[in-house]
Structure formats: C-alpha cells, structure tokens
Design a protein. Structure first.
Length: 318
C-alpha cells in the first residue's frame, strides 16, 4: 500500500448491504483511507453527493429492487451537475462489465468487478487521477464556458499527450457540435470513425445528420451502429429520433421498445417512448411509458413535471 497515498481523498461508498459497506470500510482503512461516508440507497447517495464534493465515489451497481441502480445514480448526478470533472466515479459490480458499459448512455470513470482487491482499487484510482490531471485545464475552460479556449487547448494537449489524442479529439468534436460548428464536428467525426474502437465518432455522425435534418443518413448511421454494437442504447435513441423526423412514429416506437427490453432502467427511454407513442396515437403505450418513467424517477430528482404532464396528456387523448 505504500505506493498509494490516497489518505487526503474523501470517499463516498454506496451499497445496500451492511456487510459490503463494512467490508469496503476495512479495505479502504487498510489503504490508509479514513475520510469515508456511506449511503445505502440511491436517494441518500444523491443527497450526499449534492451536499459534499467527494473526491471518489465507489458505487455498487445493484442496490436492490427498491432503489435506483448505480448507473442511474451516476447519470442523475451528471444531469444535476453534481459531479466535478475531478470527481472519480467507480462502479462496483458483479455483473459482466462489457454488458454494463455498452448499455449505458454515459459511462463512469471505471468499473471494478467483485470481489475487490485493495491494491488493484488503489492503482485504478491513481491511474484515473493522473489522467484527470491531464484534462484538468480543458475542463476548467469548459466550466467557465470559454469554449474557444477549450478547443484550442485540446489541440495543444493532444500534441503533448499523444496517448490521449483520440480523447481530446472527442472533446473537441463535442464542443464544436455544442457551439454549432457542425461542419468542424463532422470533419472530426468522419476522420476518427475510420479508426477502430471509436464508436463515439459514429454516434457523432448520426447526431450531425439529425442536426442537418438528414434523417435518412441518421437512420443509416444508427442502424450500422446497432448492427455492430447491439446493446448501445444511445444508438436506439438516435434511430428513433431519425424515424420521428420522417414521421415514422410506429418505427420509432418499436425501436424504443427494443431499447427498453435491452435496458429497462434507463428513464430517458421511457420518457421518449411516451412522447413517441402519443405521436403515434398509441395511448395505451404512452400511458404505460410515462407511468414507468415516473416510477423509475420516484426516488431520484428525475421525476419531472414533464413526465406528469405527459401522462396527463395521454389520459386526455384516451
């Protein structure tokens, strides 16, 4: 343990089982980590994250049937802007990591399989922390909404840190897209999509096509992604949006239902399905979708008035 000085860091451990929380406490104490907080479910986890800027969050994926899972906690914390760029969020899981990573709309910093080895955990945290330091300047500019500076810094840092070249390209493309420099984003996505293991660039091309209202291209890109990576939920959302752009609401509805079958706990899928089913005049499906969105968001801050209004509209149509 002497190679890892993590004693200055604050940790939040999220697990529904007392025995697992106690085990994690022992493992972290063994590494000299004593600044610990604990949460036993998703609601308390988000409340704690909202109040405290933790350096590291270790969150179990499966938190029981009455709590949001770890992925929902991560995505909701992101949506609410509770996670600083420097915060390390690690998902602890007994599930197959490859399945979890592909089913998500956004991924945490790392996944660690049970049972946990203290030395491996500390090495992972060290590695993630070192990487975040490389990107710190870029994220500082983004947080200050100085996007031009962030884009320039991405170019500069990519030359200095060649092993992160693709990741800086991803950030730069996203910033170009965000600031309506669609042609620049498209150039980056097109160049990078020719390389291996760059699914984010393929997703980017689908988003650009949607922004340009080139719905046929968006549908084509999304279908190709699904053929190669059949469990990537974001691709299903993009495909449904492409179908909606062409007023093919039944196709969009079927696409979203497939996404929900693959990963039933992603709230956005149910929210979009509710909207789409209303457009398709499928009131029964719309009501069920909004009800499920409200149910999933019950213990989070994600139960928005929009879901309740959507459900009311569905009942009015029925």
């Amino acid at each position: 343990m002497k190679n890892h000085d993590l004693s200055r860091l604050t940790f939040l451990v999220v697990d529904d089982l007392n025995t697992q929380r106690d085990l994690m406490k022992s493992l972290l104490w063994e590494a000299g980590i004593t600044k610990l907080s604990f949460a036993s479910d998703g609601q308390h986890a988000i409340q704690k994250i909202a109040k405290t800027n933790y350096d590291v969050i270790l969150c179990d994926y499966n938190l029981g049937c009455h709590s949001p899972n770890g992925q929902q906690i991560f995505e909701e914390s992101q949506r609410l802007g509770l996670l600083k760029p420097s915060t390390i969020f690690i998902m602890v899981t007994a599930e197959p990591i490859s399945v979890l990573a592909h089913n998500t709309l956004s991924a945490p910093d790392d996944y660690i399989s049970k049972p946990i080895n203290t030395d491996i955990l500390c090495k992972r945290i060290d590695a993630i922390n070192s990487k975040k330091q490389v990107f710190k300047g870029v994220y500082t500019e983004i947080n200050r909404k100085r996007y031009d500076r962030a884009i320039s810094l991405c170019d500069k840092m990519a030359k200095k840190h060649k092993k992160y070249k693709l990741e800086f390209a991803k950030i730069r493309a996203g910033l170009c897209y965000k600031t309506d420099r669609i042609d620049d984003a498209k150039i980056i996505y097109t160049l990078i999509s020719k390389k291996k293991n760059t699914i984010w660039a393929e997703l980017g091309l689908a988003k650009v096509a949607l922004r340009d209202k080139s719905y046929d291209k968006a549908i084509l890109h999304s279908k190709q992604i699904i053929e190669q990576h059949g469990t990537l939920i974001e691709a299903y959302h993009l495909l449904a949006e492409g179908y909606t752009g062409k007023h093919l609401y039944i196709n969009a509805q079927n696409t979203l239902e497939n996404a929900i079958q693959l990963s039933p706990h992603i709230i956005q899928s149910h929210q979009i399905l509710g909207q789409t089913a209303l457009q398709a005049n499928n009131i029964t499906v719309a009501i069920a979708a909004y009800k499920q969105a409200i149910k999933l968001g019950k213990n989070l801050f994600n139960m928005t008035i929009d879901d309740q209004l959507g459900l009311a509209r569905a009942y009015m149509h029925g």
